[in-house]
Design a protein around this ligand. Structure first.
Ligand SMILES: CC(=O)SCCNC(=O)CCNC(=O)[C@H](O)C(C)(C)COP(=O)(O)OP(=O)(O)OC[C@H]1O[C@@H](n2cnc3c(N)ncnc32)[C@H](O)[C@@H]1OP(=O)(O)O
Length: 450
């Protein structure tokens, strides 16, 4: 990788003979960094079995990456062996990061380091490349002063070892539309169909309202804006001609939510509409948009892959059995990088005091901390380790950083994690106090995949 291709080699944990690590921003065709960007994106797409996209598509991806300020990391063989292979310019491993905010309860938005596009080429897997990239990256993020890292995982067994815990869950749901669908309550407001292009500006404004009121929400990257506006089709990044959109208008006539959706074709066994995005800034908007979907003529079934784990819809339906869950899975994974900063930035359900012993294999967040919450604001202070050096002695609760991260946005409570054997209570009553303190104002949900 030469100077004419843009990125320069970085000093770091890969300064051995085998690999060179490069970090660089996305570049456009014609710019010095384009060949590196192009090769990086092709390597990443191969890792996820995506198609081999053309340069037009890759340039669109590059524009999105640049809009998000993504930093791309590529790991290159220093000396590829023999003439066969993808070449020295194609990384054997990819990793990307961007910074957004995380809603950590009661409207508190906390800076978050998002990790994505993690791939290691099959020929190089299980040699510790992910471990080395992840360890170095999380340490850099902490040094930058970011209190939490986040990712969405391709598989459930990879990331706990790096201190990530499941923070929110989501469900794929199927809802019978037509005569069986009826809300038992009045949704309020009304729904208007609109051209998706309206959402290029309005979509992010409505999402921002949702983001500020929903624990576990992560700020959205640029692709969401374009996808909602029908300007980035999943297949080729071009105009999305399948997409339709509707707005919910509150009683004051102003938009307070939107849904985008697509018809899955007459070949389907039952005429089905797939919800692509449903962003509701009020309860009325959520129910009103579902009422609209449930009344689409000719449609027998609505499917949505990103419904909240704790969904109000079945409680509002006259017959809750019109809705069924086809899959329930983890969604957002969080990793506290700095325990004092993270606990100090979070919203709290009730005042109190706890001593927490946090264990962390990577050593970033470990220690014993005295947490004091007063007036809904928390402060955590590192205290000396337990008398006699016995791990956990003197602490009310002992837990791994992955589990503290799971508690962070209220996606699960301490009692459940204790029942799962993930938290040890050393002072009777501490768990009950922790349950009240960690509780947030509404169920956690994250509408942002990244
Ligand atoms: C945030 C995201 O981007 S999620 C997407 C993740 N990427 C993918 O799923 C694409 C396909 N898979 C891959 O590219 C690779 O297999 C990766 C990235 C998952 C793993 O990369 P590798 O370099 O092989 O991982 P590495 O050798 O560093 O392993 C680190 C540890 O994770 C474990 N591990 C790695 N992959 C997996 C897995 N799929 N399931 C369970 N454990 C795993 C290893 O056993 C090792 O454990 P240990 O260090 O505790 O003994």
């Amino acid at each position: 990788m030469g100077a004419d291709t843009g990125p320069d080699p970085q000093r770091g944990p890969f300064d051995d003979d085998a690999y060179v690590l490069l970090r660089f921003p996305a570049a456009q065709p014609g710019e010095a960094g384009w060949p590196a960007m192009r090769a990086w994106a092709l390597a990443g797409q191969a890792g996820f079995y995506d198609r081999r996209h053309d340069d037009e598509y890759l340039a669109k991806c590059a524009a999105l990456f640049a809009a998000d300020g993504r930093e791309l990391t590529g790991l290159y063989e220093a000396a590829p062996s023999g003439p066969w292979g993808l070449g020295a310019d194609v990384p054997v491993a990819t990793f990307a990061t961007l910074r957004k905010t995380l809603n950590a309860g009661h409207g508190r938005l906390v800076p978050a380091h998002l990790v994505t596009w993690v791939t290691v080429r099959t020929s190089h897997r299980r040699r510790g490349l992910l471990r080395r990239m992840m360890s170095a990256d999380l340490a850099r993020a902490k040094a930058d002063g970011v209190p939490v890292a986040a990712l969405t995982a391709s598989e459930g067994a990879i990331y706990r070892r790096f201190g990530f815990g499941v923070a929110t869950a989501e469900r794929a749901v199927t809802v019978d539309a037509g005569p069986r669908f009826r809300l038992a309550v009045a949704a309020g407001g009304r729904v208007e169909m609109v051209e998706p292009a309206v959402l290029a500006e309005l979509g992010p404004q409505l999402f921002d309202r949702v983001h500020r009121r929903t624990p576990g929400s992560v700020g959205r990257h640029e692709r969401y804006r374009l996808a909602a506006a029908g300007q980035f089709a999943r297949s080729d990044g071009g105009e999305d001609r399948e997409l339709r959109a509707a707005l919910h208008l509150g009683d004051d006539g102003r938009p307070d939510g939107y849904v985008t959706y697509a018809f899955l074709g007459w070949e389907a066994e039952r005429p089905t509409v797939e919800v692509r995005d449903l962003v509701a800034a009020t309860h009325s908007a959520y129910l009103g948009l579902w009422e609209f979907l449930g009344s689409l003529d000719l449609i027998e079934r609505i499917v949505w892959k990103e419904a909240p784990a704790d969904d109000p819809l079945p409680w509002a339906l006259a017959d809750p059995r019109v809705m069924s869950t086809t899959e329930a899975r983890d969604m957002l994974w969080l990793r506290i990088l700095d325990t004092e900063a993270a606990l100090g930035a979070r919203g709290w359900g009730s005042d109190g005091g706890l001593t927490l012993r946090v264990e962390d294999q990577l050593g970033l967040a470990s220690g014993t901390f005295r947490l004091t919450v007063s007036g809904g604001t928390g402060a955590a202070e590192r205290i000396e380790s337990a008398p006699g050096g016995v791990p956990g002695a003197g602490a009310d609760l002992v837990l791994d950083v992955a589990d503290l991260s799971s508690l962070y946005c209220g996606g699960v409570g301490p009692a459940t994690l204790a029942a799962a054997g993930r938290i040890t209570e050393h002072r009777p009553g501490a768990l009950r106090e922790a349950e009240a303190m960690f509780a947030l104002e509404r169920p956690a949900h994250c509408l942002t995949h990244f």
